[in-house]
Design a protein around this ligand. Structure first.
Ligand SMILES: Cc1cc2nc3c(=O)[nH]c(=O)nc-3n(C[C@H](O)[C@H](O)[C@H](O)COP(=O)(O)O)c2cc1C
Length: 328
């Protein structure tokens, strides 16, 4: 193995040294964490709802605050699912401000990323799209994206149905770089993903258990203590399966939405407002749980990579360990 493993289409597209994306995280992605991933040689991704509503920055000021912490490239996450007109207008405004503030790397999720590709493309920006299956990957390719982020069944956040190996088989022949999202906790996971043929990794859970993340100590300790089986999928939070730690609170609440909610979530006409309803409810609940030190809320998102996380470390230390392992 050599340092060549670290030079990939992702490092060239994002203009970074280490093929590693610090994934967008609502509500954990505080500006200091985003900046720390970029400063360490990867690229931290700004989650706009997190930056503004949870961490209290006016959007442009928040981006400038991150810029004060690091001069390295940072990225922006655009969740572009069709929902209310107001949300879509706000997302368009955020993308435009991000471009004005010099952001050139975009991670899009859900929906059709073509309009982000079009806007970013005018100034040489690059768009990578989160996908869980080949049909969504094909749609993203048709929309002109520059790379794919393959979200597998071990990911934190909204996990996909397929393993990392199976997903690469499904989307690896579409002519674009593919990044592995899900299950990267230890340096051996990073090396394994690169050796499989991935152009890099996108990580969330590992970066919650860091000094720079402003989540509660109780949440960080719960990640360290968790094994594979302590991570479960719940559709009680956002209406679609979300990876959370199996705490007494989650067990008492159950992990499956009730039959009425399920019917509304599947209905063509009702699914958008039903998802908005869940998004609002879950947003408040997740943001509270993020900071709660009492342990009462215990509604903590994490992927199965939690099993490979053994301590609260500085971001730079983690990235240095990953680089050393891939350079051996
Ligand atoms: C707490 C948490 C919040 C997340 N929020 C978002 C989000 O708002 N937007 C998004 O595109 N992905 C989100 N993700 C997914 C991550 O960006 C990343 O793809 C995922 O965490 C990778 O899996 P890992 O947790 O095993 O590293 C979230 C993940 C976690 C753990």
């Amino acid at each position: 193995m050599s340092a060549d493993l670290l030079s990939t289409p992702l490092t060239r597209d994002a203009r970074i040294e280490v093929p590693l994306i610090g994934g967008a995280m609502y509500p954990c992605g505080n500006p200091e964490l985003v900046a720390a991933v970029s400063a360490a040689g990867g690229i931290g991704i700004v989650q706009p709802v997190s930056l503004t509503y949870v961490h209290g920055h006016e959007f442009r000021d928040g981006l400038r605050h991150i810029r004060d912490l690091t001069s390295r490239p940072v990225g922006f996450n655009a969740l572009i699912e069709k929902s209310s007109r107001r949300y879509q207008e706000r997302m368009t405004m955020w993308v435009d401000v991000a471009l004005e503030e010099g952001i050139r790397f975009f991670v899009t999720s859900l929906g059709n990323p073509a309009w982000v590709v079009e806007r970013a493309g005018q100034v040489g920006g690059v768009v990578y799209h989160d996908v869980t299956e080949r049909k969504w990957a094909q749609k993203a390719v048709d929309g002109g994206v520059h790379g794919l982020i393959a979200v597998n069944n071990r990911a934190g956040g909204h996990a996909g149905p397929h393993s990392a190996g199976r997903l690469l088989d499904q989307v690896g022949d579409l002519g674009l770089p593919v990044v592995c999202a899900g299950g990267i906790g230890a340096e051996s996971d990073f090396v394994e993903a690169l050796c499989l043929g991935y152009a890099g990794v996108q990580m969330g859970t590992r970066f919650i258990a860091t000094v720079e993340c402003s989540a509660s100590e109780a949440y960080k300790r719960a990640i360290i203590a968790a094994g594979e089986d302590d991570v479960v999928l719940s559709d009680k939070v956002t209406g679609v399966p979300l990876a959370v730690l199996r705490t007494p609170y989650v067990e008492a609440m159950g992990t499956r939405a009730g039959p009425l909610a399920r019917r509304l979530l599947n209905g063509r006409r009702t699914k958008h407002w039903m998802r908005s309803f869940y998004a609002l409810k879950s947003g408040i609940r997740l943001a509270r749980a993020n900071r709660d030190e009492s342990g009462r809320q215990q509604f903590w998102q994490a992927g199965k990579s939690a099993a490979g996380v053994g301590s609260i470390d500085e971001v730079d230390e983690i990235v240095r360990r990953f680089v050393a392992a891939a350079s051996r």
